[in-house]
Design a protein around this ligand. Structure first.
Ligand SMILES: *[C@@H]1O[C@H](CO)[C@@H](O)[C@H](O)[C@H]1NC(C)=O
Ligand SMILES: *[C@@H]1O[C@H](CO)[C@@H](O)[C@H](O)[C@H]1NC(C)=O
Ligand SMILES: *[C@@H]1O[C@H](CO)[C@@H](O)[C@H](O)[C@H]1NC(C)=O
Ligand SMILES: *[C@@H]1O[C@H](CO)[C@@H](O)[C@H](O)[C@H]1NC(C)=O
Ligand SMILES: *[C@@H]1O[C@H](CO)[C@@H](O)[C@H](O)[C@H]1NC(C)=O
Ligand SMILES: *[C@@H]1O[C@H](CO)[C@@H](O)[C@H](O)[C@H]1NC(C)=O
Ligand SMILES: *[C@@H]1O[C@H](CO)[C@@H](O)[C@H](O)[C@H]1NC(C)=O
Ligand SMILES: *[C@@H]1O[C@H](CO)[C@@H](O)[C@H](O)[C@H]1NC(C)=O
Ligand SMILES: *[C@@H]1O[C@H](CO)[C@@H](O)[C@H](O)[C@H]1NC(C)=O
Ligand SMILES: *[C@@H]1O[C@H](CO)[C@@H](O)[C@H](O)[C@H]1NC(C)=O
Ligand SMILES: *[C@@H]1O[C@H](CO)[C@@H](O)[C@H](O)[C@H]1NC(C)=O
Ligand SMILES: *[C@@H]1O[C@H](CO)[C@@H](O)[C@H](O)[C@H]1NC(C)=O
Length: 473
């Protein structure tokens, strides 16, 4: 009996392995979720909630609109080998010394929103407390409109850990296209626990709506889904997505006008044991014409995206990596307009720190080297000239210098307290508590199953798309 059982298990196991590789092979075929690029689609999952209401344009010194688009896990040379990326580079400034902060994905997204990744070395569920501030606090101080567009997110303000929807590539079954770990602002309670802010985290049907209504905000962060950003696929797949979706947008003045700066980058390199240099391109009509088809070897990091925005609009700062003089170089063509002086580090200078370290950096999001959240450096001088933002409930006496030594919570059978799901969500535009706050990690947060998907079917019917009926199967 025992022998037969283990043979049966072996057979089942190899069948599963076969099914797994067959699935992976199918997933490599690019297929547009919507056609054309600016249309709404049931394949984007949730319906649009009208177009974004924005405050009047606030002029920046070098640009009036900043759009960041992040791809996943690719070494510099791999991106550079793609003909599509090469063609794009002819339209922009290629940054040849731009670095991610650490590994894996999630800490890099946290970093670009707040100027720190708080020691995080995981892709697990994270919720960062209200007193920790982000770029949103700085933008709102100056009434600069912002939004984030998350492809395949079911509805505005969705707080769940991931989301599984109709597999529009295979044409049947379902697929996990959306993950919270790639949605930087959602991870901060200071954004996601404030209804008006949470609802500015929108999906791609909203994007189509906002584009067609000429309602793009002045600052936006765009995350393609797990196949289109290269996470589950490769650079050829991303290249096809660029040809289908981004290239027409570059020619659409509702997206890219003569005051627009677009930044294409990757969250991190795929290879961990090299330093974290990633292929990054600045493009858009706001770029001085003479800079197109050039390279810039200034040392930049994800924190440069914070400091460049601060410099452009004369904002305050977050007093974290955005004010770290080693890591916060402002994009040169912006610095030359605002008068900011960069630190002179460039190329493959030995002054470039190792930004591929992971796991061993103490912080409140690292259970093996846990230290509490500390206040930002309130004395820091920001690139934009404004003061360091002080979030509600921030205890400024808890400076980085006053931190206790790191503690190994894992050894005590504990996780970081910031792995708890606060339990709120916005299924109909109003904050509701869908679960009680829970202390479990990644598996805790709402990954919806097909049974729960009936909630979104009315939305699909509203769109009048036949495909909606497939979803309830
Ligand atoms: C959604 O994807 C399917 C392929 O699975 C395609 O046939 C359909 O046209 C797509 N819907 C839209 C609106 O593009
Ligand atoms: C930028 O575009 C606006 C209209 O969108 C136009 O009025 C203006 O002349 C353009 N400026 C330049 C420098 O092309
Ligand atoms: C980081 O990159 C450097 C330079 O390539 C390499 O020597 C080092 O081993 C890497 N560190 C890790 C932790 O992989
Ligand atoms: C970009 O520059 C290269 C040479 O560096 C040149 O061969 C190419 O034609 C240029 N492309 C455009 C669009 O100007
Ligand atoms: C600034 O960043 C560098 C490089 O990562 C680091 O060594 C230094 O400690 C940081 N400075 C502060 C004040 O955090
Ligand atoms: C900021 O300045 C105050 C007053 O000079 C000082 O007490 C404090 O230690 C400084 N904090 C930091 C982080 O340097
Ligand atoms: C931030 O808020 C959290 C949760 O209330 C608290 O544990 C932490 O001490 C606070 N940190 C600072 C620097 O204010
Ligand atoms: C923390 O504790 C865990 C469990 O005992 C152990 O596996 C891990 O190596 C420890 N980490 C450190 C940094 O000591
Ligand atoms: C969310 O905000 C409410 C007040 O609006 C507060 O009572 C609650 O503690 C907050 N939750 C978290 C996790 O910050
Ligand atoms: C949203 O759902 C909550 C809880 O189900 C309900 O109390 C509220 O009235 C709903 N709001 C709208 C606008 O439908
Ligand atoms: C739609 O947006 C409006 C305005 O921001 C908001 O009041 C409403 O709650 C949103 N509804 C949904 C379903 O997200
Ligand atoms: C989605 O979440 C579920 C449950 O939390 C987890 O088991 C699954 O691995 C997650 N999938 C992805 C792709 O993140």
């Amino acid at each position: 009996m025992t022998v037969i059982d283990s043979q049966a298990l072996l057979v089942a196991g190899s069948l599963l392995a076969y099914a797994g590789s067959a699935l992976a092979a199918t997933a490599q075929q690019y297929s547009p979720p919507a056609y054309p690029y600016n249309s709404e689609s049931a394949n984007y999952t949730g319906q649009s909630n009208n177009s974004l209401q924005n405050t009047p344009i606030v002029s920046g010194k070098a640009f009036d609109r900043f759009i960041q688009i992040w791809f996943e896990n690719t070494d510099f040379e791999t991106a550079a080998s793609s003909q599509t990326f090469q063609n794009l580079a002819e339209q922009g400034v290629l940054f040849t010394s731009y670095y991610a902060m650490t590994h894996p994905s999630e800490p890099n997204y946290i970093a670009v929103a707040s100027g720190d990744f708080f020691g995080n070395a995981a892709d697990d569920f994270r919720a960062i407390p209200m007193n920790i501030s982000t770029i949103v606090d700085l933008l709102e101080q100056k009434n600069i409109s912002w939004a984030s567009y998350q492809e395949s997110m079911p509805y505005d303000g969705y707080t769940g850990y991931n989301y599984t929807s109709f597999d529009y590539i295979a044409g049947s079954g379902d697929y996990t296209y959306y993950v919270r770990k790639h949605n930087p602002l959602m991870i901060f309670d200071s954004v996601s626990n404030v209804t008006e802010r949470a609802l500015r985290i929108r999906n791609f049907n909203d994007f189509a709506r906002d584009l067609n209504a000429s309602a793009m905000p002045q600052w936006s962060f765009i995350t393609p889904n797990l196949v289109n950003d290269g996470h589950d696929t490769n650079i050829d797949f991303v290249s096809q997505w660029i040809q289908f979706w981004l290239n027409p947008l570059l020619a659409d003045t509702r997206f890219n006008d003569n005051r627009t700066l677009i930044l294409l980058t990757f969250d991190e390199t795929e290879t961990y044991n090299i330093n974290n240099r990633i292929w990054t391109l600045a493009l858009g009509g706001g770029l001085p014409t003479e800079l197109k088809n050039t390279t810039d070897d200034t040392f930049y990091t994800h924190y440069s995206c914070l400091s460049t925005v601060q410099s452009n609009w004369g904002l305050g700062s977050l007093g974290r990596g955005d004010t770290n003089a080693t890591l916060n170089n402002v994009f040169e063509f912006v610095a030359s307009v605002t008068g900011w002086k960069n630190n002179g580090i460039s190329g493959n200078s030995s002054d470039i720190p190792f930004l591929n370290l992971t796991g061993t950096i103490p912080g409140p999001l690292n259970p093996e080297y846990y230290v509490p959240f500390s206040a930002p450096n309130m004395n820091a001088t920001g690139v934009g000239g404004g003061p360091v933002f002080q979030g509600p409930g921030l205890n400024t006496a808890l400076s980085a210098a006053s931190q206790p030594p790191p503690v190994n919570l894992t050894a005590q059978g504990l996780d970081t307290p910031w792995a708890q799901n606060p339990g709120y969500d916005y299924p109909n535009g109003t904050q509701v508590y869908t679960s009680t706050p829970s202390a479990t990690t990644s598996a805790s947060a709402g990954s919806w199953t097909r049974g729960e998907m009936s909630v979104i079917v009315p939305a699909l019917t509203l769109l009048g798309l036949v495909i909606g009926s497939l979803l309830v199967l």
